[in-house]
Design a binder for this molecule. Structure first.
Ligand SMILES: [Zn+2]
Length: 129
């Protein structure tokens, strides 16, 4: 009950804090494995930052930072998803980027030189499929 009251209006543990903590612990492992004692400073800084986030009352700023992290993670995972799909479909489809709006476009393979019309902006460009 006391803790609940203490944490009221504070950011609490978010994904960014967890990530920083995990990274800090990894740094600590590396520091002790390589016997590089100054690296421990990075560990303490990380723990301190995670604690600072958790106890912070500036919720708007902290949520913004956490949201930025989630967006980064999402864009990285979706990039990997696209790369996986390109590899999986390499025999049947080719992927192109629209030269004007960067939209990804997928065309069947083996049709020779074709004109591709972008589904997003209507730009026409030709590529060998
Ligand atoms: Zn386009």
């Amino acid at each position: 009950m006391g803790l609940q009251r203490f944490m009221y209006g504070r950011n609490g543990v978010d994904q960014l804090a967890v990530l920083v903590l995990i990274a800090s612990v990894l740094v600590l492992f590396v520091a002790s494995a390589l016997k590089v004692s100054w690296l421990q400073v990075v560990y303490y800084a990380g723990v301190f930052y995670a604690l600072y986030r958790t106890l912070s009352r500036d919720l708007v700023k902290r949520r913004k930072e956490n949201h930025l992290l989630l967006q980064k993670v999402k864009s990285v995972t979706s990039w990997f998803g696209i790369q996986k799909r390109i590899v999986q479909e390499r025999k049947t489809h080719r992927h192109f980027k629209c030269p004007s709006c960067k939209q990804r476009l997928r065309v069947p393979v083996g049709k020779g030189k074709i004109t591709i019309t972008c589904s997003k902006c209507g730009e026409k460009f030709s590529r060998k499929s």
